[in-house]
Design a protein around this ligand. Sequence first.
Ligand SMILES: *Cc1c(COP(=O)(O)O)cnc(C)c1O
Length: 392
Amino acid sequence: MTGLGQNLKQRLSEIEGQHLYRRRKVLDGPQGVVVSMQGKRLLNFCSNDYLGLANHPEVVRALQKGAAEFGAGSGAAHLVCGHSKAHHALEEELADFLGCDRVLLFSTGYMANLGVISALLGRGDCVFEDRLNHASLLDGGLLSGARFRRFPHVDMQALDSMLRTANGKNKLIVSDGVFSMDGELAPLPKMAEVADKSGAWLMVDDAHGIGVIGDRGRGAFDHYKMNVGQADVLVGTLGKGFGTFGAFVAGSEELVEFLIQKARSYIYTTAIPSSVVGATRVSLQLVIKEPWRRQKLVGLISHFRAGAERLGLKMVRSFTPIQPILIGDSRAALEMSEELQKQGVLVSAIRPPTVPEGSARLRVTFSAAHEIEHVDCLLDALDYTLVSQSDG
Ligand SMILES: *Cc1c(COP(=O)(O)O)cnc(C)c1O
């Protein structure tokens, strides 16, 4: 074995020893509430396809039609010749949907966050991030070279006092809208007030909220009856609620024009294929025209929470489709996930460093395509797993 091979073998065995080794699930077919893995049917409670659009016939048809019209690949970056009228139309439709001036598509949410924060900030500036922010937001903050401050989770008083003592040229507050591993919302009204008072800019990544939360599906801001424009920067992704792929940044005319000039992860990457963009345009129409998807989720979630309470599961106070069951120990979480899979139920164990040390969990997620009977199957499997765990 080479030096590198030996080095990695050692490090891999350390990861395994900590019960933090990650293995990929190999699916045989499309995403859905029932998926097939190695020929076995499993009830799926771990996808981010909250609205059940990833394999929606109209969305799939739009993708096929888009491929016939635009081909398979976009061929270049947006600033070269990869930007089509499909990209342009989706940007306008998203801006219209959100009620903001402009939208800029990015190839992924990870890249959007890296690109935005590092374009807006540099040395001499200061970034303030919630301790439980998504990895891409933390990475963007670190990459920017700005002074990096983390505030305790959703603690607006702590944020306020940090801001008061900070002496950066520009200050940016960054937060998830819906926290990806907890499912709770950021206290956006208070956060906007704190930002306003201190002259800091506010950036919210609502990857799990857009399309899914709020009467009109405009996400966490919609839930609080706030205007999306109360954030200086809003980031959304298209691979979750919208069921397709890609991401966007929403904000002012100046923000979008500046990002086109300066966001390196926008400039130096290939544009999303127009066929995928065509599929997303149809998803957006379904998000707008079919509020029943959001309403159905509310019913599924409350049915699950009532059942989980009867089982005595340790839950997070979340009303979103993200419903974690707190376990604590990584090994226990992993074993529960494996046992659930034997019961025909797919729930992923989330372990550090994705979540803080000692807070491993089963991350249960719901889709509008689930039925009450599916939720009951999950509850039965959880009940059985808990009993077999306490016996073992
Ligand atoms: C999933 C996620 C991202 C990354 O989006 P991709 O399009 O999958 O790269 C960014 N932010 C948050 C909060 C997320 O949950």
